[in-house]
Design a protein around this ligand. Structure first.
Ligand code: ADP
Length: 391
């Protein structure tokens, strides 16, 4: 193929698993992804032949990556606003633009903007003095405004004294701190949508996300037993946020569902998201393909489910693997559960680190059994335990 016939090139900042899986989707569209990675052994750098080595705040590295690319996009939120705006000033198509991405980078800015949009959300306070830390009836959750992920950057103090201590330490470390009303949620949901520069939007079914220690571990698509009116409201809310903020690409709106049937926004992510990994096997259009379609300004794909229920379970590293290599564990799992789809990220299994996920599709009526089998498969790949007869 001559270069003039090649598909347009997208550059993604960040070399993690999201870039790795976006690269998979980019291959199907006729081209791989160019990635900006810190290390040659980062998950995406292992697989893309087109790697720019550099940190996410290195403007010159990002400029090199942008050269010849039709768009620059992200697998994380950690590119400083000044760097984003410098690229935009160069004429680079930055998707999502800096004006949208700031609401995924700064939880205080996000909360303030959601109030302006009238989006339902927990009450919050900017805390600048430990003595002034609020303590409403249900207590608070403390967060750093930026830099957190997978529950790092979130604290659950048990008393006002403890809250004040945490705030003092965070302020001392130079962090901006917010306190949020502690929500008593029935469960957590995610409304995932994609938006193109021309404003086309597509919404996947609303899913349930199950968290452990602040980290997503299981996703059930669609969320079981969610009243259709609430599901539609969550999708409409996500579309409204994507549109009003001018997001381009995938937007995940993480939500709490309350016992009294309301939804409240927890946070926003403007990139492919853990709550959308099920789409790789369970939707007509995966979130990674859709993200590329959006940043390339192609028409968006059908976000429908391809099964009655789809369950994703994360493989988390750090637990002793029972003396078995990953290769052996995969081998046993495949023999035991031939319908399970395995996705590994090429990461060292450090404690609490997501190193892969499994997806399992099934009939809607079998949802509990599908979930149990997916969780069992992920536990097995994490720890080499829990697969009946397999230890
Ligand atoms: P991160 O940016 O690390 O993903 P989040 O803001 O999503 O952090 O918080 C991580 C988890 O902490 C959430 O998924 C939820 O389980 C819990 N959490 C966050 N905010 C609140 C809140 N206001 N009330 C109750 N639980 C919360």
């Amino acid at each position: 193929m001559t270069s003039s016939e090649q598909s347009p090139l997208v550059a993604m900042v960040g070399g993690g698993q999201l870039a790795r899986m976006t690269h998979q989707a980019a291959i199907a569209l006729g081209r791989g992804l160019r990635v900006v990675a810190e290390h040659p052994d980062d998950p995406a750098a292992q697989v893309s032949p087109d790697v720019v080595l550099g940190k996410a705040d290195d403007l010159e590295a990002l400029r090199r990556a942008a050269r010849g690319a039709v768009a620059v996009t992200f697998d994380h939120e950690h590119v400083p606003q000044a760097v984003l705006r410098a690229l935009e000033a160069d004429g680079v198509a930055v998707h999502p633009p800096s004006s949208a991405l700031r609401f995924a980078q700064d939880k205080l800015a996000m909360r303030e903007r959601l109030v302006e949009l009238g989006a339902p959300a927990p009450g919050f306070w900017r805390v600048v003095d430990p003595e002034q830390c609020p303590w409403p009836d249900g207590g608070v959750v403390l967060k750093t405004a930026s830099g957190g992920y997978d529950g790092r950057g979130v604290w659950f103090p048990q008393s006002q004294d403890e809250a004040q201590e945490v705030v003092a330490q965070l302020l001392e470390a130079g962090q901006d701190v917010l306190a949020e009303e502690k929500v008593v949620a029935k469960r957590e949901l995610s409304a995932l949508v994609a938006r193109s520069p021309l404003g086309q939007v597509a919404a996947w079914p609303v899913v349930e996300t199950v968290q452990e220690n602040g980290m997503c571990v299981v996703v059930v698509a669609p969320a079981q037993g969610l009243p259709p009116g609430l599901a539609a409201a969550a999708q409409e809310l996500a579309i409204k946020i994507a549109t009003e903020l001018g997001v381009v690409g995938v937007l995940a709106v993480e939500l709490f569902e309350t016992e009294d049937g309301r939804i409240l926004v927890n946070e926003l992510a403007m990139r492919p998201h853990n709550s959308g990994h099920w789409t790789m096997d369970g939707s007509t259009t995966s979130q990674f393909e859709q993200h590329l379609r959006a940043v390339l300004d192609y028409p968006l794909g059908d976000p429908g489910l391809t099964a009655g229920v789809v369950v994703m379970a994360n493989i988390v590293g750090g637990v002793a693997a029972n003396g078995m290599s990953m290769d052996e564990r995969v081998h046993h799992l495949m023999a035991r559960s031939p319908r399970v789809k395995v996705h590994l990220y090429g990461k060292e299994p450090r404690p609490g680190r997501k190193i892969g996920h499994v997806n399992l599709l099934g009939a809607a009526a079998d949802a509990p059994a599908v979930r149990a089998e997916a969780e069992q498969a992920a536990r097995w790949l994490s720890s080499g335990t829990g697969l009946s007869g397999g230890e």
